[in-house]
Design a protein around this ligand. Sequence first.
Ligand code: Q46
Ligand code: ZN
Ligand code: ZN
Length: 318
Amino acid sequence: MHCTKCHNEASIYIRRHNTAFCKEHFIEYIYGQVEKAIKKYKMFEKNDQILVAVSGGKDSLALWDILISLGYKADGLHIDLGISEYSEKSKETVKKFAESKNLKLHIISIKDLYGLGIKEIAHKNRKTPCATCGVIKRYIMNLAAMELKYNVIATGHNLDDESATLLGNILHWQIDYLKAHSPILLEDEVGFARKVKPLYRVSEYETSAYCIMKKIEYIIDECPMSIDAQSLKYKEILNIIERDSPGTKEQFYFGFLEKGKIYFSPEKRDIKLNNCKICGQPTTSEICGFCRQMTKANLEPLRIKEFVIKLKDSYGQI
Ligand code: Q46
Ligand code: ZN
Ligand code: ZN
């Protein structure tokens, strides 16, 4: 098989586009897909300060590398979830990447701050680890971005992630969750940093290939809490369909972005925000989800705020 661009020997075949690329043109293709996503949704410009949420997995590290390679100003934020060896390995992987490229990385460790990891906090809350983790990660990402003066948070959600969670939400008709599938959430004006997903046009297979070709070391293990995650089942189902009909995931998700716009266009949002009575962060209730969870687990919610403010003085950075 030959590269569609230069006719040299191909290194990768992208089935849904029926195209093959050599290493050089594959990397160029990935940059093109990400730039297209950034421009189409006006995610950010070259002078924006971007905070990339980096877990140590292939998607977030590929995203950080791509943004830097394209000339964007992007620093990293790693949240150490305190999930045994997995979190240790993840943190070391992210640190190694940041050091090798001389990039600025902020690290926030839940266990160092509260003495408990996500699993233990979830146990005290009587919630699933993933539900607890989701609230905590979203809160910390936003708080860190606002306090450290980043106006954009970029996450490594790829085409497989978005199509699988969209499928789950549609199967259960969770209309309220559909807005979260937009590649951009414009919330700057109400105390939230803008959240963007520049990899929404890129598949999981392509982010792994990118990391391999660029020699980026990433953590292969999935989070041990994800074993029962429903989204993994939806990914499997979509992969089965994709095998017979290449392009289905893309048609499904891109089709939603065109036809389902009414569910996420900013003017259709009807949210009233208050300041959380405990931490002051924006919330739709009196007390935000983070403070509610931490209080229920007998932990002091404000500890995180003090820590993030201290981060400004470069504690926790490389
Ligand atoms: S990190 Fe957190 Fe995921 Fe692990 S505990 Fe669940 S939500 S599976 S993206
Ligand atoms: Zn080529
Ligand atoms: Zn709060």
